[in-house]
Every structure is written in structure tokens, then in C-alpha cells.
Design a protein around this ligand. Structure first.
Ligand SMILES: Nc1ncnc2c1ncn2[C@@H]1O[C@H](COP(=O)(O)OP(=O)(O)OP(=O)(O)O)[C@@H](O)[C@H]1O
Length: 597
């Protein structure tokens, strides 16, 4: 394992950053269903801000009226009005929260649901290119950022901008000279904010991507904890994690510095302007060019505008983060989905499995390397079991993944009983072909749920038969039998046990076409023999392609295909190939030595 953090699979470089507003506008579709709640929240916040802006005017009235004329009788109604305004402000801000809390939780769930559904639809080739942590962080922290933006950022951007505009007009009306002094910093502030925006959105994007990298390392460390511990690499991994965390910390500090600079300017300039306005106002009052009440009202209005102005710092930061989170979300949602089907399937002929001049290369294969599969021609007759053998890395697993269309062949065609797989609807294809992979993954679910993934409608009898074929009798000894939770969240099973459940999952629906990728590799000799005996029965009813590394698996098959140099080198029975194919002999003698050793 490298000492330096290895580069993680990265998503394709995002297109040049669009403006934050254009990015955020893409959230329209999600915000539209709750538009009335959002409008209500904006209205409530606007009314609350209105109450805040009216308060200084009442104060001015109190100073110029009851206080100047020492008329306590006139004071109480105005004090009562102040109280009502204060209560209204508090109530309306509370109402804003209530109005959007639930609907926005629904919006977040809808966005997350769409992201999840899209990830399920996208081809395996897409998932090969994206680090899982990048997808995880999009589904978690980015969604949270977007919800917070819609709940606070979006509403206060509107409300605080309008409050600032109205407050500015009020100040200019109260006294245009003081108003101009107080508003003088607006122009430099706007210029500063524009510069801040471009720098901050870059930093926000970097931080979100680094967050994804960190999630990937964390996930791999948790999933691979046994390997890390057994090779004593947990410290190396911890160092990699710390280095990535340090990088993220650096970016977050950079963001904080940018925000701190903005805050300094946002707070300092208006304070200076306010101080100047106060000094000039005092001179105007001294020269009877302005009433004391008007000066109090002016200053109170200017103070009431401090929050809308100061909040612009974090509102801009929020908007930028939400903009980049939106970009990150839509990078996945916009990822092209290959057409589900193309061409016409044609009538069923009972022809078995036929691969014609099939070529394949992984989309991320290095330039200049030849295709992995370079013209595969193979015919597996109906009801026949064909073993596929070849050297490690020759492309056996890749070839089997083409049958259920986990990958699309780069060229050529694959037919099942004469029907082109490219033209079959995914659901139909899944019902025709079942696969057991070399690496038997189980989900956090019961044994029953894991096995019935292969045929949700299957009866209990079919489940039992599938478990019997896979020699998975250990299931009866589990605490709750087939209803025992297994997988990551449940009971840990041995490699051989998991492999047997994966085999049961493949055979449970009695699929006409079976693809088994070295299905017995983790079994002991005795269990292997038992599974083989039971499999023979199942295979008799199916047309099957079985990747085989060991002679015992090869013997399950009627014929054997030898894969070498991206092509099928030879096809024949085991004895025929032993007699005429030196590559096969080499493979089998190697396998024999391996199995003996
Ligand atoms: N998702 C992928 N993206 C790019 N290259 C891949 C991908 N998966 C496999 N490869 C490459 O394709 C080649 C064939 O891999 P494959 O797993 O099909 O071989 P195999 O014959 O099944 O090997 P083994 O017998 O060891 O299981 C290897 O060189 C591998 O590095």
C-alpha cells in the first residue's frame, strides 16, 4: 500500500463552473411543489422585517412627541405599539420556520430519492469511475446543505435584500444627507462581494469534493478492516485518512479566512459610515436642521439594517455552497443513461447462448491498449453447460458480465435463444439470466430476502430447493433459520457460506440461462462434491456458462471454452482439449498443482 494518499477514482471533471444563481435555479423543479409554503415563509419573514423597520419610526415619534412634550399619557399607546411590534416579529419568525420545516424535509427526501434511483439506473461502468464516497457525500452532506439553503439562505436572501432596500429608502426620506453617508459603503461592498463569490465557490467545491474523498477512505477502511488489521496497515490507512482530513481542514480554514475577510469589510465599512452619519446628524440637530426624533429614528433604522447587511456574508457563503452542492447533485442526475434497449430482439429459436464477434474494452482502459475481448465467437447449445477457462486476467469475469448486460459489448452481438440481449427489456433479461458472482455479496437482510432477490415471487418450496442445491443446510442452524439477518448489519457468515447463499440466489428462480463465476471456489472438497452433484440437476435444465478455475468445476460442464488473447482459442470436451490444446493442458496442470497445494 502506498505511503502517500493514492488518487481516488474521480468523477469526470465538472464543466466550467456556472454562476451560483444559474446553478441554484436548477433546484426550481424541487422547490416548485412547495412554492406556496416558501412564499408564505418569505411573506412571514418580510412582515417580521417590516415590524423591525417600523420600530425606529415609533421610537422617533416617542422622542419627538411624548418625551419632547413630557406627555406621559401619549407615551403608553406608543409603548404598547412597540410591544405589539416586538411580539409580531417573534411570532412571524416562528411561523416562517413552521411553514417550511416539513415541506423542506420532503424536498430533501425527494432529491435523495431521485439521486438513489438514478444511481440504480446508471450502468456499472459509471460506478467504476466514481469513488463511492463521492456519491455518499452527495446523498448526505450535500442534501443537508441544500435543505438549509432553501430553509434559510433562499428566504433571507430575498427578505434581507428587500429589507435593506426599504430601510435605505426610509433613511433617505428621513434625511437624504445622512442617508447618502450611511449608504456610501454599498458600492465597494458590492465589488468586494463579487470577488468573494468567485473565490469562495471554488473553495466550497474543493471542500465538498475533499469531503467525498474522505468518505471514500473511511468507507474502505471500515469495509476492509480485517485486511488492514491482518496486514498491519491500519496505521498507514489512519495516516492517509489524517492527511486527507488535514487537506479538508486546510480548505475549510481557507473558506473561513475568506469569510472572515468579507465579514471584516461588511462590519467595518457600515460602522464607519454610521459613525460619520451620527457625527453629521449631531451637527444637524445642533443647527436645528434635524429633529432629535428624526435622528433617533434614522440611527435606529441604520442599526436595524445591520443584520440584513452583516448577514450578507454568510448568506453569500451559504448560496455558494448550495450552488456547488447543486452542481454536484446534477453531475450525477445529468449523467447520460444508455438506452435500455436497442434493435429488435427477434423471435425465440431455442438456439441457446450465442456470442458473435463480441468485442469489449473498459471505458477507462488506458489509451493504446488492445481491446480486452477481441472478437469472441461462442455457441452454447440449449441445455448445455459450458465451462470457461483462461489465465488470470484473461477476461472471463468480464465476458460473463456481458450476458446480463452489466456492461455493453463494444461491438458484436449476444443472443439468448436467438433473441438479442441488447433488445430485451431489463426486467425480461433479468428473468432469463441469473448470475452468481465470484465475490458473493450479501445485503443487510434476512437469508430469505437475500436468496429471494433472485426471484421475489418464488415459493417457500423453491427457496428450500435452492438452499438444498447450494448445500446451504447451515441455514437451519442459524438462530432464526431463513429469517436470520445476515450481511453487514447481521450475522457474519464464512466465505463458503456466503458463496452458497449466492449460488442459491442464482438458481432459486430456475432461470433458463445461468452464469456462474467460479461458484465453488470457497468450498471444501466434500461440500464442493455435494454442491456439484446437486448443481448437475439444476444445470441439466438450464443453459449455463460457468467460469472454472479447477478441474472439478470443469467436470460439471459438457464442453469447455478456452479464452486467451481476447478470443476463444478452442472449444471441446475436457478429454478432447486435454488431448489437443496445449494452453488448456497448461491451465489444468497449473490448476491441479494449485488445488493440490
Ligand atoms: N471495471 C474495470 N475497469 C477497467 N478494467 C477492468 C475492470 N474490471 C476488470 N478490468 C481489467 O480487465 C482484465 C480482465 O479482468 P477479469 O476480471 O475479467 O479477468 P478474469 O479472467 O476473470 O480474472 P480472474 O481469473 O483472476 O478472475 C484485467 O486486466 C482487469 O484489470
Amino acid at each position: 500500500m502506498a505511503e502517500n494518499p493514492a488518487p481516488l477514482p474521480q468523477p469526470p471533471t465538472p464543466e466550467p463552473t456556472r454562476s451560483t444563481v444559474r446553478s441554484l435555479l436548477r433546484l426550481r423543479a424541487y422547490a416548485y411543489p412547495i412554492r406556496w409554503y416558501l412564499a408564505g415563509a418569505v411573506l412571514a419573514a418580510l412582515l417580521a422585517s417590516g415590524a423591525v423597520l417600523v420600530t425606529p419610526l415609533v421610537l422617533g415619534r416617542i422622542v419627538d412627541g411624548p418625551i419632547a412634550h413630557r406627555d406621559t399619557g401619549a407615551l403608553w399607546p406608543l409603548v404598547g405599539l412597540l410591544l405589539v411590534l416586538g411580539l409580531a416579529e417573534a411570532g412571524l419568525f416562528g411561523l416562517r420556520r413552521i411553514l417550511v420545516a416539513r415541506p423542506l424535509a420532503r424536498v430533501e427526501a425527494a432529491m435523495r430519492g431521485d439521486l438513489y434511483a438514478k444511481l440504480q439506473r446508471l450502468p456499472v461502468a459509471f460506478h467504476d469511475r466514481w469513488a463511492s464516497g463521492q456519491l455518499l457525500s452527495r446523498a448526505t452532506s450535500d442534501m443537508y446543505t441544500l435543505r438549509l439553503f432553501l430553509a434559510f439562505g433562499f428566504i433571507f436572501l430575498i427578505v434581507n435584500s428587500l429589507t435593506f432596500l426599504v430601510g435605505s429608502v426610509v433613511m433617505l426620506v428621513l434625511d437624504w444627507r445622512l442617508g447618502l453617508i450611511a449608504l456610501a459603503p454599498s458600492v465597494p461592498l458590492m465589488l468586494f462581494c463579487t470577488r468573494f463569490e468567485s473565490k469562495y465557490s471554488l473553495a466550497a467545491r474543493t471542500a465538498q469534493d475533499q469531503n467525498g474523498d474522505l468518505a471514500t477512505v473511511l468507507e474502505e477502511s471500515v469495509l476492509g478492516i480485517r485486511i488492514l488489521k491482518s496486514f498491519g496497515r491500519h496505521r498507514t490507512m489512519a495516516r492517509q485518512f489524517a492527511e486527507r482530513a488535514e487537506r479538508l481542514r486546510g480548505t475549510e480554514l481557507h473558506k473561513t479566512r475568506l469569510l472572515a475577510d468579507l465579514w471584516a469589510v461588511i462590519v467595518l465599512l457600515p460602522e464607519l459610515a454610521l459613525g460619520s452619519a451620527l457625527a453629521v446628524g449631531a451637527v444637524l440637530v445642533a443647527h436645528d436642521q434635524l429633529s432629535t426624533g428624526a435622528l433617533v429614528a434614522f440611527l435606529s433604522t441604520a442599526l436595524a439594517l445591520r443584520w440584513p447587511v452583516e448577514s450578507m456574508g454568510w448568506l453569500l457563503a451559504y448560496s455558494n455552497e448550495a450552488g456547488t452542492a447543486t452542481d454536484r447533485l446534477f453531475e450525477v442526475l445529468d449523467a447520460p443513461e444508455p438506452p435500455l434497449t436497442h434493435g429488435t430482439a427477434g423471435p425465440a429459436t431455442g438456439d441457446g447462448i450465442r456470442l458473435r464477434d463480441v468485442r469489449f474494452r473498459y471505458p477507462d482502459a488506458p489509451d493504446g491498449t488492445p481491446d480486452l475481448l477481441r472478437g469472441i465467437d461462442l455457441h452454447i447449445r440449449r441445455g448445455e453447460t459450458m465451462a470457461l477457462v483462461g489465465a488470470t486476467g484473461s477476461g472471463k469475469t468480464t465476458l460473463t458480465a456481458l450476458l446480463p448486460r452489466l456492461y455493453e459489448p463494444t461491438a458484436g452481438s449476444i443472443t439468448l435463444d436467438g433473441r438479442d440481449t441488447a433488445a430485451l427489456e431489463p426486467a425480461e433479461l433479468r428473468s432469463l439470466v441469473a448470475v452468481a458472482f465470484e465475490d458473493p455479496i450479501l445485503f443487510s437482510a434476512t437469508v430469505r430476502e437475500n436468496v429471494l432477490m433472485g426471484a421475489p415471487e418464488a415459493t417457500d418450496a423453491a427457496l428450500e430447493k435452492a438452499l438444498a442445491v447450494a448445500q446451504a443446510d447451515f441455514v437451519t442452524d442459524l438462530p432464526d433459520g431463513v429469517d436470520t439477518e445476515v450481511g453487514e448489519q447481521g450475522l457474519s457468515l464464512s466465505g463458503g457460506q456466503r458463496q452458497r447463499l449466492a449460488l442459491a440466489r442464482a438458481v432459486v428462480g430456475g432461470p433458463p440461462f445461468l452464469v456462474l463465476d467460479d461458484p465453488l471456489s470457497a468450498l471444501d472438497v466434500r461440500t464442493e462434491a455435494l454442491v456439484e452433484a446437486a448443481l448437475r440437476e439444476v444445470l441439466a435444465d438450464s443453459t449455463a456458462l460457468v467460469v472454472a478455475h479447477r478441474p472439478s468445476t470443469v467436470l460439471l460442464a459438457d464442453r469447455v471454452a478456452v479464452l486467451a488473447d481476447g478470443r476463444i482459442l478452442d472449444v471441446g470436451t475436457h478429454p478432447e482439449l486435454l488431448a489437443r490444446c496445449p494452453e488448456y493442458r497448461a491451465l489444468m496442470s497449473g490448476a491441479l498443482e494449485g488445488s493440490v497445494a
